[in-house]
Design a protein around this ligand. Structure first.
Ligand code: FAD
Ligand code: FES
Length: 280
């Protein structure tokens, strides 16, 4: 059993939880995720390790209520317990294997869409701790759905906010903000990391292909076991079948078949809807 040390409502239907899980906290790296079950018969759901504190032995998860299982986790209160957490799973971000000298020679831009700020945050923090200050675009539908802006500002060189409705920062999509930075503000980037809804990662990758900038995406494919056994999370990358849980979750966005990935993400819509109805 894993204790919820702290729980905070950070935006509408989005909760941040610090969970006591010392072994995971000790071995986690940016880019990795865990699989959580709220109770013994519960569904296994993948969640990004958004932060970890090796001294306190806690990992931070950020959960958005979407359906039955995410609702059950978010109904838990501070001081209560989650049945189990498996991890850290997946590969750490590629840049953690690059020397500090090489990292310092690159200018990174992170693009976080919606909940994507949660997986982007530990990567920006890790780079900053290695004296690399990236730029970050945070995109949200509207001002009160923007998360992690203050935290990101502590570690990034520039944080550019963009909202679809123009209620805060730049008015437009993250791809419009990207075009503005490159075309109008003459910013130069060597590498881009884009994390958010699949559709956003598709259009960011199409845009950066045009600008010839290497782009990494973190895929949120449907997962079941998270260990490469069930095949649920398979994706096509450069004509090869890959499993997001063991080969990813990060891939070169210019080679991902996003249309197939989007179709696979919709596969369980009916079952998800039924589970959601039962849960209400
Ligand atoms: C590597 C990875 C990291 C993720 N990190 C986070 C995170 O930090 N915070 C967060 O809130 N969400 C994260 N997700 C998505 C999260 O796992 C789903 O939102 C959750 O499983 C929804 O379950 P549900 O029963 O509440 O909703 P449902 O009604 O069952 O589904 C809602 C939507 O969630 C997605 N989904 C459902 N089941 C799964 C599953 N088993 N695996 C993956 N996606 C699923 C589908 O797109 C589905 O349409 C991550 C997914 C992956 C693959
Ligand atoms: S979740 Fe089963 S193979 Fe990846």
């Amino acid at each position: 059993m894993y204790k919820i040390e702290n729980k905070e409502n950070i935006a509408e239907n989005i909760f941040r939880m610090d969970i006591v899980a010392p072994y995971i906290a000790k071995s986690a790296f940016p880019g990795q995720f865990v699989i959580v079950r709220t109770h013994e018969q519960g569904e296994r759901i993948p969640l990004t390790v958004c932060d970890f504190d090796k001294d306190k032995g806690t990992v931070t998860l950020v959960v958005q209520v979407l359906g039955a299982s995410s609702k059950k986790i978010c109904e838990k209160n501070q001081g209560e317990y989650i049945a189990d957490i498996t991890g850290p799973l997946g590969n750490p971000s590629e840049f953690i294997n690059i020397s500090d000298e090489q990292l310092k020679s690159k200018k990174f831009l992170f693009i976080a869409g919606g909940l994507g700020s949660a997986p982007v945050y530990p990567q920006v923090k890790w780079l900053s701790m290695h004296d690399v200050k990236p730029d970050v675009i945070i995109g949200a539908k509207t001002k009160n759905m923007m998360i992690f802006e203050t935290e990101m500002k502590s570690f990034a060189e520039n944080v550019f906010a963009a909202t679809d409705d123009g209620s805060y920062g730049f008015k437009g999509l993250v791809t419009d903000m990207l075009d503005d930075l490159i075309v109008n503000q003459n910013k130069k980037y060597d590498e881009i990391v884009a994390i958010g809804p699949m559709i956003m990662m598709k259009f960011v990758s199409l845009a950066t292909k045009k600008y010839k900038i290497k782009t990494t995406v973190s895929l949120n494919s449907i997962m079941v076991d998270g260990t490469g056994m069930c095949g649920a999370c398979r994706v096509n990358v450069g004509g090869e079948t890959k499993f997001t849980c063991v080969d990813g979750p990060e891939f070169d966005g210019h080679y991902v078949d996003f249309d197939e990935a989007l179709r696979r993400q919709m596969m369980y819509r009916n079952q998800e809807h039924q589970a959601n109805c039962k849960c209400m």
